[in-house]
Design a protein around this ligand. Structure first.
Ligand SMILES: [Zn+2]
Length: 305
């Protein structure tokens, strides 16, 4: 599942490509992934052809003015006071191809046996065609992702945009604020604390494992047992690991593909995530794993206390 570094990669790569593009046509192949209006369900499970038609009609002829991120949501700003919210959820992908690249073969899954294919594929659910012939494809293997069209004036009513904790990479997310947040959740396991989007935005299974390795703290530790220096290390690790992952364009674990079709390069730098049973890159001990509310957390039993 894409986390903050992957979504940030998508947003920063799409921003210059989509800015000032004018939408010629929107083809919705899977109406159930489309929602219109702030209060609609984030993932409409039943086919909604009325919303899909409205989505395509409103967007036809409109210009894109910018692309931003809030937590794991991608916000595509549209001239005329609209915005498209895109949530990639488990396996969503946004791929942009210039007109002359439309025959490009793309490896959609980071699996050795997967052969590169041209788009659209059977996993392509929405296609935006721009007036210069370039296209933006929304692919989703498991179809948990969605695209929601809202008016700018309705943005404050969008539930999934307002139930997130602070953005960890923002300058105003400072140590005092972090320690205050920790003090409000004394009984939580620290991995689950990091992964709760209502506490801090954008951290999931991959980056909570990596952050805790860098902070030298075991994932099952209870928040109130952390020492002052552990709290400081944890804060520093959140910033450093997420920044480094953004710098490497995220981790291509499973389905994450950048808008160009290239992969993120942070996966090969993982110290513990997905490495249970392998040797720790620092001390050589065998990486262990444990379940935390159904998710697997991996850690080094020697480097992490
Ligand atoms: Zn180790």
């Amino acid at each position: 599942m894409p986390e903050l570094p992957e979504v940030e990669t998508v947003v920063s790569e799409l921003r210059p490509l989509l800015k000032n593009k004018v939408i010629r046509q929107v083809e919705v192949r899977s109406p159930k992934l489309i929602a219109v209006g702030p209060l609609t369900l984030s993932n409409v499970r039943k086919s909604n052809s009325v919303a899909a038609k409205k989505f395509a009609q409103i967007l036809k002829g409109k210009k894109i003015t910018g692309v931003q991120r809030r937590a794991k949501l991608i916000i595509i700003d549209i001239a005329g006071k609209f915005a498209i919210l895109v949530h990639l959820k488990m396996t969503g992908q946004l791929i942009f191809l210039e007109k002359k690249q439309l025959n490009k073969k793309i490896k959609l899954l980071n699996i050795e046996t997967f052969q590169p294919i041209t788009l659209p594929s059977k996993w392509t659910h929405v296609i935006f065609t721009f007036t210069d012939g370039s296209k933006l494809f929304f692919n989703d293997l498991r179809q948990f992702g969605y695209l929601k069209l809202v008016k700018d004036s309705e943005i404050d009513q969008v539930k999934e945009l307002n139930e997130f904790g602070p953005e960890p990479l923002k300058i105003n997310f400072a140590i005092a604020k972090f320690i205050n947040i920790l003090s409000k959740r004394p009984k939580m396991k620290v991995k689950l604390f990091l992964m709760d989007p209502k506490i801090i935005a954008g951290i999931g299974n991959i980056y909570s494992d990596e952050i805790l390795f860098f902070a030298k703290i075991r994932p099952g530790r209870i928040v109130k047992t952390l020492t002052k220096s552990e709290e400081q290390r944890l804060f520093k690790a959140i910033k450093e690991v997420l920044k480094d992952a953004v710098r490497h364009n995220g981790s291509s674990v499973g389905d994450f593909v950048r808008p160009s079709g290239a992969w993120g390069k942070y996966g090969r730098l993982h110290k513990v995530y997905g490495r249970a049973g392998l040797k720790c890159k620092v001390c050589g001990s065998i990486i262990k794993s444990m379940k935390f509310s159904g998710r697997t957390g991996s850690f080094c039993p020697v480097c992490q206390k």
